[in-house]
Design a binder for this molecule. Structure first.
Ligand code: ZN
Length: 632
């Protein structure tokens, strides 16, 4: 007992010490914790069901789940996968290798796109931020090899690149390239990637979501990509009518893209495309190639070994058929009683939020009114959607197809659906997360919040937990998601989700000053031998802060409120043990601050924390009142 950490000095350690000491990180994961443990349980349950469905011991009337089970079997068919080896991807690689001039690239562009080969730009169809009733074509630069642009030229970046090169070398041995070519292809891949890294956004730049909105005319985009014939490709994919405005999410990467195709760089592009395309497909090939293809990712995250074959099969099938699998999970394992109870909690939190907005001291009445209207308009998605998108009805897995071919056909259906989205209005009933996912989210473009069935469990939520515990768990998560409507990104969108400035100028300035204070509260906090980047995590910190403020207010109106139980469960949901590599990776790239700090930093802003545990200026978990920040 003597050595025990005092809660007043470290809430997170005091609550989780025993757990931290005994828990082991699963060998096929980079971390474990409240979120991950629930996820592992869901996975175990669902894997048993997939096993039973595959063996015919169980049945389901959800057609698409039966297709998912067929795909599951294909992953398990290692006899066929190993026999075919690299062969399924070779025709595509030959096409890529055959690109020797820009004219050939333009001839093959459609084929490359339809077969998911690496192009030096990526396109997608997303809700248009300015008019969220319609979808728009978006364009951005491709993924660079290192996790972020800031790794280039650093020691750790160089080490990571060596691992990547080693992985690529192992994979290329399976192809028909000569040894000399293999070396050249890898060298060129690294050289091309270095060019990309100079043009694409960093993670901090990506974290400013509204800066993604850069409309360009199709002619402007086409001009930027010359000699790549972008318009011809669009016509081949979309037909006669092509989008006239394209949203450049990463404008520098688009505006300077012609550089990739000049005479000097075209061969680099071709070799980069060959290598990255092969590596992106290894998971659908033999077991040996699958294992090679995971080397780099595992090294980045510190994962010891790959998941079992059965897990791989379940993960692949449930990712491809995520909505139907979520529907199955929800129907089979989710209780309506919990759903009703949590929806009531959400409504209560929204009302309390409105109340806080009315009493807010830095907003003028006009802005308050708009904020309250936004709160009233929030759509709640709880548990799982009662139907899946049409797209899944077209996803069929043929018994005779190889795993690789089955995946190619699934991609074709998904691509056609993306293209068709351009011609139809935004479907506001789409859920961003399936029912079996242990997570929650706010969508600024739809002004809605999603709580999949899988997260509505202990320690987040249980009918058997006290109200105070539930408020410290799922309550704070719900209020966190609602707060995203008013974080430094979400605040730019109105109640319909449109990018529209509804703020009075002075109010916006006041909010910006508070945001800067929040950056300061977090920036430079030591963690794992490195430091938190305040700018990267500020949106999530504002959401945690707002989530805590509003749930604490509800606590005050709750009979038998127990603040000790509230803060203790808050710390419990952030329990986390991770590999050092993974912690460092997230610290540099994740908009969420490390779990331990999310448990310990926000609470210090609230007097209730000091009262609940008698925390004084002698304790580590104390900060002076003038340093405390409450935004919402
Ligand atoms: Zn969040």
């Amino acid at each position: 007992m003597e050595n025990k950490v005092r809660i007043q000095d470290d809430l997170y350690e005091a609550v989780n010490a025993e757990w931290l000491e005994t828990i082991e990180i699963p060998s096929d994961r980079p971390s474990t914790g409240a979120f991950s443990i629930l996820d592992q349980e869901v996975e175990k349950t669902m894997m048993a069901d997939f096993e039973a469905l595959a063996a015919g011991e169980k049945t389901t009337d959800i057609r698409e789940v039966n297709e998912a089970v067929k795909l599951y079997r294909k992953v398990l068919d290692t006899e066929r996968r190993n026999r075919e080896g690299v062969a399924p991807v070779m025709p595509l690689l030959h096409e890529i290798a055959g690109i020797d001039r820009k004219e050939v690239l333009n001839e093959k562009a459609e084929y490359l796109l339809r077969n998911e080969a690496s192009l030096p730009f990526i396109c997608g169809v997303e809700t248009d931020m300015m008019d969220t009733s319609k979808n728009s074509l978006i364009i951005a630069g491709p993924q660079q090899i290192l996790p972020d642009t800031t790794y280039y030229g650093t020691e750790s970046g160089t080490q990571m690149m060596e691992i990547y090169k080693d992985m690529a070398a192992q994979a290329l041995k399976f192809t028909d390239l000569t040894e000399q070519q293999q070396k050249q292809f890898i060298e060129d891949t690294v050289a091309f990637d270095a060019l990309l890294a100079q043009k694409v956004k960093s993670q901090v730049e990506w974290s400013e979501y509204v800066n993604c909105y850069n409309p360009m005319s199709v002619d402007e985009v086409a001009e930027s990509l010359q000699p790549f014939d972008f318009k011809a490709l669009l016509h081949k994919i979309c037909g006669e009518e092509i989008p006239q405005i394209i949203i450049a999410y990463d404008p520098k990467a688009t505006k300077e893209a012609s550089f990739y195709f000049n005479e000097e760089n075209l061969p680099l592009y071709v070799h980069w495309s060959y290598v990255t395309t092969l590596l992106s497909k290894t998971s659908m090939l033999s077991e040996e190639l699958y294992a090679i293809g995971t080397i780099y990712r595992r090294a980045l995250m510190g994962i010891e070994e790959n998941p079992s074959l059965q897990k791989q099969a379940y993960q692949k099938a449930s990712n491809c058929f995520s909505e139907p699998v979520g529907l199955y999970y929800g129907r089979t394992y989710f209780g309506e009683e919990a759903k009703k109870d949590v929806i009531d909690m959400v409504k209560k939190i929204i009302e309390a939020y409105k109340d806080r907005m009315r009493k807010n001291t830095f907003l003028q009445p006009e802005t308050k009114e708009k904020a309250i209207a936004k709160l009233s308009a929030i759509n709640i998605k709880m548990g799982y959607p009662d139907k899946v998108r049409d797209l899944y009805s077209r996803m069929t897995v043929n018994e005779e197809d190889s795993y690789y071919d089955a995946m190619s056909k699934i991609f074709e259906v998904m691509l056609e659906d993306e293209i068709a989205k351009l011609r139809r209005p935004v479907d506001r009933n789409t859920w961003l997360m399936p029912g079996h996912m242990v997570n929650a989210c706010y969508d600024p473009n739809r002004n809605d919040i999603t709580f999949p069935a899988a997260i509505l469990q202990k320690p987040f939520y249980s009918i058997n937990q006290s109200v105070s515990e539930n408020l410290g768990g799922i309550g704070a998560v719900i209020a966190h998601e609602i707060s995203h409507a008013f974080d430094n990104n979400g605040a730019h969108f109105d109640e319909k989700g449109n990018l529209f400035n509804w703020w009075k100028e002075e109010d916006e300035q006041a909010f910006k000053a508070l945001t800067a204070d929040m950056v300061k509260q977090w920036d430079g906090l030591p963690f794992c031998g490195d430091k938190v980047n305040g700018e990267l995590v500020v949106s999530e910190c504002i959401a945690d802060n707002g989530g805590m403020a509003v749930t604490i207010q509800i606590m005050h109106d709750t009979k038998d409120a127990d603040f000790k139980a509230y803060f203790t469960n808050w710390a419990r949901v952030w329990s986390n043990k991770a590999k050092k590599e993974y912690m460092l990776l997230l610290l540099k790239n994740d908009v969420h601050a490390p779990a331990k700090l999310r448990a310990n930093i926000p609470v210090r802003n609230f007097p209730e924390w000091y009262e609940a545990f008698g925390v004084t200026d002698k304790d580590e978990m104390y900060i002076a009142p003038e340093k405390r920040i409450v935004i919402w």
